[in-house]
Design a protein around this ligand. Structure first.
Ligand code: DAH
Length: 333
């Protein structure tokens, strides 16, 4: 076999082995490796061409042309294969990153407003609609704001340890939101219309309708010529807005800071449930904050928020509002 024949055979063999290697390459890395192995500077084709030095000068162009042809064919096969592999890679990537919008979403628990807070919000909304301003006072109080300024006599039974939670420093936890009446009047002049929500504390025995910690919304209106009729109308409008048409009754009662005083019940589950106390502000209370009772009169009321919530949501036991049972709380949206 002449050198020329041998070179031709080598080129042919190289083309065939490269062809099948390219055909079976399954990654871009493997393909690049094949390109270097066959067509690179130190690759197989270069090695074959090195044998050309031994050829007759007249035979070189033929072999050179053949080598070029092999090189071009293989380069083209490599390009085609590379394009195919790249397309497959993109396809696989797209497949892997596809977002399935029909998959169930992960559960994120969402909080809700507690029925006590939503009841307070609702009550305040109604009073704000009637022209009242929201006011606040502290939960820790002095005897003066909780009792004295509200016309409680020094030996009033409510001041007894039984009802009031005293703190070791002589202060106490307010037993009602009526304290805010005094604090607000001290800082403001009539005309006054406020609604004051907040937490209250008593040494009460807990049962289905009593809790040692509870909430009230207090209202106070002071102006010239306010009468018991204004009070009654305000309470009536409020309860109608809150509950719709529900039988209510005013019952004569007694509070040290109002004269006359009343309690209001609503008909609920076949019985009367007390939801608020109210009355005309006692002249002594007006005097305590420096108002002239000959010029001004006022009315006030204290609503039991838990009672309102119970009526609103048909809750049979006040304790459900405090034991944070999610099965209960989830019913309120
Ligand atoms: N502070 C009273 C209580 O806690 C409720 C109350 C009664 C508030 C009459 C008032 C009122 O403003 O006028 O039992």
């Amino acid at each position: 076999m002449t050198i020329q024949q041998s070179l031709e055979a080598q080129l042919d063999q190289l083309r065939q082995s490269a062809h099948s290697a390219i055909a079976t390459a399954d990654t871009l890395e493997r393909l690049e490796q094949l390109r270097v192995n066959y067509l690179g500077k130190k690759g197989e084709l270069s090695q074959v061409l090195r044998g050309m030095g031994k050829l007759e000068a007249s035979d070189r162009p033929r072999i050179g042309a053949l080598a070029n042809e092999v090189k071009e064919v293989l380069a083209e096969e490599l390009d085609r294969k590379r394009a195919t592999l790249q397309a497959a890679q993109i396809e696989a990537q797209l497949e892997a990153e596809t977002l399935d919008v029909t998959m169930p979403a992960s559960y994120r628990p969402q909080g809700r407003v507690h029925p006590l807070n939503s009841t307070i919000d609702r009550a305040l909304d109604i009073f704000v609609g009637l022209g009242y301003t929201v006011a606040w006072g502290p939960e820790m109080e002095t005897e003066y704001y909780n009792f004295e300024a509200l016309n409680f006599l020094a030996d009033h039974p409510a001041r007894d340890m039984q009802d009031t939670l005293y703190l070791s420093d002589g202060n106490l936890l307010r037993t009602h939101t009526s304290t805010v009446q005094i604090r607000y009047m001290e800082e403001n002049e009539p005309p006054i219309r406020i609604a004051a929500p907040g937490r209250c504390y008593r040494r009460d025995t807990v049962d289905a309708t009593h809790s040692a910690v509870f909430h009230q919304v207090e209202i106070l209106a002071v102006d010239e010529e306010l009468t018991f009729t204004d009070l009654k109308g305000t309470i009536k409008v409020f309860l109608e807005e809150m509950f719709g048409e529900l039988p209510i009754r005013f019952r004569a009662s007694y509070f040290p800071f109002t004269e006359p005083s009343a309690e209001v019940d609503v008909q609920w589950q076949g019985r009367w449930l007390e939801v608020l106390g109210c009355g005309m502000v006692d002249p002594n209370v007006l005097k305590a904050v420096g108002y002239d009772p000959e010029i001004y009169t006022g009315f006030a009321a204290g609503f039991g928020v838990e009672r309102l919530a119970m009526v609103l949501h048909q809750i049979d036991d006040i304790r459900r509002l405090y034991n944070s049972d999610l099965r209960f709380l989830r019913q309120f949206s």
